[in-house]
Design a binder for this molecule. Structure first.
Ligand code: AMP
Ligand code: MN
Ligand code: MN
Ligand code: MN
Length: 295
């Protein structure tokens, strides 16, 4: 059984429509797919419709309700809050989730305007309209759309450079993102009936000590699971996360973080395997409606 519980569509910074994503997922042999757009659940209905149409009776593709919530958290070792991503899975109260996400979407719009204002001041380029064309929706503008536009305009020669030179904390076009605290994101997911997963715990440029702190804080604040590191990551990285999950009694999630061809390092369905002694986060929400075999 193949699960991929963290993917993006063009309702956030992914390249594909939910229908195209579902088609690709089916071709990749995925049985359970969670669409987890940044701060948005707008693509889920289309994904479910597409899955219904494409599924053969002997090989159904199930769509799990999902979202990747932007949040802030301050580690005890740090003076500054850091940005973290909390994936919500299997929630049932879509209306409540949508209402809470609306506030973050409003922040996305005002932050994008501010970032583009700073870029205009520094570089003399007015990129907002083109960024909006890339994102389609002002409330879905991500820094990755802005990075893409800076690349399109030749301001940078590599996508990553846009972050390193302009968009990350302390750089000239950085604007703080006024989003919920980590515990609030966890509560929001629980109130909507879902499971809270700490996304890509090794993707925040933290030391091993701080990764341990972050996972410990996440567990104490009520989080349910951590994503396992990508297959390509070292055994040492995987060992770190396995030990933290065991120590804090967290479940694990398996995910590619697929975005599309513009981020070719994330491959749909290319997910790590959980160890036999670990509990898959999916066992909680899938057992509600359908008993499935253990992975
Ligand atoms: P946003 O949610 O708008 O702040 O954008 C966050 C997205 O930008 C993440 O999902 C990543 O895809 C990308 N991103 C954030 N920080 C970096 C970074 N330092 N280098 C490359 N990509 C980044
Ligand atoms: Mn993204
Ligand atoms: Mn993320
Ligand atoms: Mn993601």
């Amino acid at each position: 059984m193949l699960l991929d519980l963290h993917t993006h569509s063009h309702f956030s910074d992914g390249e594909l429509s939910p229908t195209a994503l579902v088609t690709a997922a089916y071709q990749a042999g995925i049985d359970y797919l969670a669409l987890t757009d940044h701060d948005s659940v707008s693509g889920i209905a289309e994904a479910k419709q597409a899955a219904k149409q494409i599924s053969q009776p002997e090989k159904p593709l199930h769509i799990i309700n999902g979202v990747e919530i932007s949040a802030n958290h301050q580690l005890s070792s740090s003076k500054q809050p850091m940005s973290v991503h909390i994936v919500g899975l299997g929630f049932t109260d879509m209306q409540m989730m949508q209402q809470e996400l609306q506030k973050i979407q409003d922040q996305r719009e005002s932050r994008a305007i501010e970032i583009c204002k700073k870029i205009k001041e520094k570089l003399g380029l007015d990129i907002y309209n083109d960024v909006l064309t890339l994102a389609d929706n002002p409330k879905a503008i991500s820094r990755s759309h802005i990075a893409k536009e800076l690349l399109n305009r030749g301001v940078v020669t590599k996508y990553q450079q846009a972050f390193d030179k302009y968009l990350t904390t302390g750089k000239v076009a950085y604007v703080p993102f006024n989003v919920p605290k980590m515990y609030q994101a966890i509560d929001m997911i629980h109130q909507a009936g879902g499971q809270a997963v700490l996304a890509h715990p090794t993707g925040y440029k933290l030391s091993a000590m701080n990764i341990r702190r972050l996972i410990g804080d996440f567990a104490r604040l009520g989080g349910d699971a951590v994503e396992l590191p990508a297959k390509k990551d070292s055994p040492a990285t995987r060992g770190l996360i396995d030990r933290c999950a065991a120590l804090h009694d967290l479940s694990v999630s398996v995910a590619s973080d697929f975005h599309g061809a513009h981020m070719p390092w994330f491959k749909l369905g290319n997910v790590p395997k959980k160890r036999d002694d670990q509990t898959g986060v999916w066992e909680m929400f899938l057992s509600r409606s359908e008993k499935i075999n253990k992975n």
